[in-house]
Write a protein that binds this ligand. Structure first.
Ligand code: HEM
Length: 462
């Protein structure tokens, strides 16, 4: 094909420069990524800028760390960037055909369209009663321990609450032994996948103890979800919950329901999407409030003024603007879903550089949320940076805790409501404190960003 036959896109690709590459075979780079991936990537960004190629154990990735370019990948040219990328490929045995793991395309779009209406704020408000009930139960359990001495494991306890909330919203189910097993299975799986990510040999499908443990955990989780679906199909129980909404939703082109296997995968994706992310975010939020007493008192004052002693409703959340800023600042600093990947379908150009078909794109919100061009004093906890005045002029894609574009987190409104309610109701009842002598909690980048060893706090009744 002569130069005259090229499309404008092909000409632009041909004229574009090469993405700068972090030298791949330097042994120091390899161990640095495995040991301290966040520091390593921040160091690369300092040396190579907002767009660079790096390697994870030989696998090339292109880091995109600039709001305009992230918007290009996730929004404007999202058709060209699907999820057929390593992060989703290795988690596919767990996520099946559900929304999170689906690589994209027509089948994905139909599914998302079918499910989307059930996650709008108008539906989420139906579930705030589940949220406030479960948070109240946690407060009751914590009250006898709120003497300023006894240490509570916030991550464990809030994790139970997050799991109960999503289970009740999906299945109207109180949690019992089976759900606790589900939580253990999920933790085991997360550990296997995280271990695999730092050392992806042998592949997950190689027979052996790891694969067996993984399979057993997945099978039990499938069994847990399927038991609910079967009871509904058999007409043994009826409920006005997400499961029944999803079971009665039909595709508008064919008028057909989701098949049972798809439903099972979607439900599991929702629980997986909701559980760890919300647990980690709520743990970090309470930890940050414990380490910033002035912010905690300001939040307390806002909650007392607007709510007094009454149980909050969805409508109240709009009034709790400082509480919302605290949640947003937590999601900025410790974005639970801190990394994602895309696979480039056809040659493209980003920031004047060639992105070849087949490239893996890597986006890391831990880095984006600390980019010094968009965030002043990025390491400091400063909820007021989310005030309308200080947010004005900041590019939207400098803050992406829920992603963006057609694949933005479907549970965003659900999560924001839950996090605001957890923080507001707990701080209204307790002063949260860091136990004397406790070292700072460090972030641990697994599949999601964990507080290393969990958040432990002491409580004082107010
Ligand atoms: C603080 C809490 C949460 C955070 C930080 C979070 C973050 C994210 C992010 C960043 C994505 C997009 C990933 C990408 O583009 O590659 C995502 C997708 C998703 N999230 Fe969440 N999430 C949270 C809570 C929830 C909840 C509560 C649910 C369910 C009720 C949920 C269900 C999902 C699902 C199903 C997807 C896949 C959407 C799609 O691809 O169409 N998430 N989440």
């Amino acid at each position: 094909m002569g130069a005259r036959d090229l499309t404008p896109g092909q000409v632009a690709y041909r004229e574009a420069g090469k993405v700068p590459t972090v030298p791949p075979w330097n042994p120091a780079n390899l161990t640095a990524f495995r040991r301290r991936p966040l520091e390593y990537l921040a160091d690369c960004a300092g040396k190579h800028g907002d767009l660079f190629r790096f390697h994870v154990l030989g696998l090339p990735m292109i880091m995109v760390n600039n709001p305009a370019n992230i918007e290009h990948v996730l929004v404007h040219n999202s058709e060209n960037y699907d999820r057929n990328a390593p992060l989703f490929r290795v988690t596919r045995p767990v996520l099946g055909n559900g929304l999170i793991g689906s690589s994209g395309g027509e089948q994905y779009r139909r599914q998302r369209k079918l499910m989307q209406p059930h996650f709008r704020p108008g539906v989420v408000l139906k579930f705030t009663g589940n949220m406030t009930d479960e948070i109240d139960a946690l407060i009751d359990a914590w009250l006898p321990r709120a003497d300023g001495d006894q240490v509570v494991n916030v991550t464990d306890d809030v994790g139970q609450v997050a799991l109960r909330i999503v289970n009740r919203s999906l299945f109207t189910a109180a949690v019992g032994h089976a759900a606790q097993q589900f939580e253990r299975d999920f933790a085991a799986l997360n550990e296997i996948l995280a271990g695999f990510f730092s050392m992806p040999f042998p592949p997950l499908n190689t027979p052996g103890r790891r694969r067996r443990r993984m399979r057993e955990a997945i099978d039990r989780m499938h069994g847990f979800v399927s038991s609910f679906i079967e009871r509904r199909l058999a007409g043994e129980e009826e409920a006005d919950d997400l499961l029944s909404m999803l079971m009665s939703a039909t595709h508008d082109d064919t008028n057909q329901y989701m098949d049972v296997e798809q439903l099972r995968d979607e439900v599991l994706n929702l629980v997986i999407g909701a559980f760890e992310t919300t647990t980690n975010a709520a743990s970090w939020a309470l930890y940050l409030l414990a380490t910033h007493p002035e912010a905690q008192e300001r939040l307390f004052a806002e909650v007392r003024t607007h709510l007094g002693d009454r149980t909050p409703t969805y409508a109240d959340l709009g009034q709790l603007s400082y509480t919302r800023s605290v949640v947003e600042e937590t999601l900025r600093l410790y974005s639970p879903a801190y990394q994602t990947m895309r696979h480039c379908v056809a040659d493209d150009v980003i920031a004047g550089k060639r992105i070849p078909a087949g490239a893996n794109i890597y986006i890391n919100s831990y880095l984006m949320h600390r980019h010094p061009d968009f965030w002043t004093d990025p390491e400091s906890f400063d909820p007021d940076r989310f005030s309308p005045q200080r947010s004005a002029g900041r590019p939207k894609h400098a803050f992406i805790p829920f992603g963006s574009g057609p694949r933005i987190c479907i549970g965003k409104h659900f999560a924001m409501a839950e996090l605001q309610l957890i923080v507001a109701m707990i701080v209204r009842r307790f002063r949260v404190l860091v136990p004397a002598g406790q070292p700072p909690v460090e972030p641990q980048p697994l599949i999601t960003l964990h507080p290393k060893d969990g958040v432990r706090l002491t409580l004082l009744s107010r």
